[in-house]
Design a protein around this ligand. Structure first.
Ligand code: ING
Length: 310
């Protein structure tokens, strides 16, 4: 018995500030059509797919900031993506900046089924970077300024024949993100990322950007017996280089498909959800092996505190 989901990781190349949503959606529709030609069931798009990565700039006008957000989904500009998906009978996940009717701002991702219905939503919880203007940086990383911390935790949804989950970008560096879904028996985690190569507070990490990207997603997949599909917005956006390396990672921890460019590129793989079973039943049989009473520090403590003791 195998439950195959054919996945298209739709890496996007750079989106410049001048690029319209219509231009971006046209590129996404092209990738979706290519995915359909490979009989994909599901296409995964990056974080904040519809615009340039605007948290790289300090902006003070709320009108200027809100221009990067979507007030409705689908909207006039994004409707062609939903229409084409329905015509092709293909599902997708999409990351975008969400402005709610109540005026709340989130870094959001949605899961859309083959009938173009939104069946899942996630709002980014781990917001990296800083909250104030820091002119010393070559570029800002102001997600803490522009977005609220997500309020939906990490859910899972029955779709595409399995148990699907989502996270966004920096979430992938935190093992808790995977484990919350692992404890819901997740079988495939979809995530998008916009990762600048240069990290101003730690330039010595720059040479390890791709390694750290792979490390955390492969570990998360293996340690939770789940597929992980990580999709980049890549290339040089407004002078800021962002890494590619979009990957489809099996529950074994092995990378079975990876982007080779820093541009629009579709990576296709046949993913057997039943490959998760042997890991969930043995090495990572949580019910049999976990000792949550020993893990309290993980939930009760935010920052590291040097503990005394022998
Ligand atoms: N981007 C980056 C990421 O987590 C970052 C932020 C870059 C953190 C480099 C650490 C090192 O991939 C987003 N959007 O979270």
């Amino acid at each position: 018995m195998s439950r195959i989901v054919t996945v298209g990781a739709a890496q996007m190349g750079p989106i410049q500030r001048a690029h319209s949503r219509a231009q971006v959606v046209a590129r996404m529709v092209e990738l979706m059509r290519e995915a359909a030609s490979h009989r994909c069931d599901l296409v995964v798009f990056p974080e904040l797919t519809l615009t340039t990565f605007f948290p790289r700039w300090w902006m003070e006008s709320q009108e200027e900031i809100d221009a990067f957000f979507e007030r409705e989904m689908p909207s006039n500009e994004t409707a062609p993506l939903f229409t084409e998906a329905r015509r092709l009978g293909i599902g997708f996940s999409l990351g975008y900046a969400e402005l709610t009717p109540e005026g709340r701002h989130f870094n959001t991702a949605i899961l859309v089924n083959k009938s173009a219905e939104i069946v899942g939503k996630y709002r980014k919880i781990h917001l990296p970077g800083h909250a104030g203007h820091e002119p010393w940086r070559a570029f800002q990383h102001l997600e803490k300024h522009y977005f609220e911390v997500g309020d939906l935790s990490w859910g899972t949804w029955d779709a595409f024949g399995g148990t699907m989950g989502m996270m966004i970008c920096n979430d992938r560096r935190w093992p808790e993100s995977y484990r919350v879904m692992g404890l819901q028996s997740v079988e495939m985690i979809l995530l998008g990322y916009n990762t600048p190569r240069h990290n101003p507070p730690a330039p010595d990490h720059d040479r390890l950007s791709e390694f750290h990207n792979q490390l955390v997603m492969q570990a998360g997949a293996y340690q939770n017996g789940t597929w992980v599909v990580g999709v980049a917005k890549a290339g040089v956006e407004e002078g800021c280089e962002m890494i590619g390396g979009s990957s489809i990672i099996a529950p074994t921890g092995e990378v079975i498909g990876q982007a080779l460019t820093q541009d629009d590129e579709l990576v296709v793989a046949r993913c057997d959800l039943d490959l998760t079973k042997s890991y969930k039943a043995t090495t990572f049989n949580f019910e049999m092996h976990r000792q949550p009473e020993q893990y309290r520090r993980i939930v009760e403590q935010r920052g590291a505190v040097k503990a005394g003791g022998g």
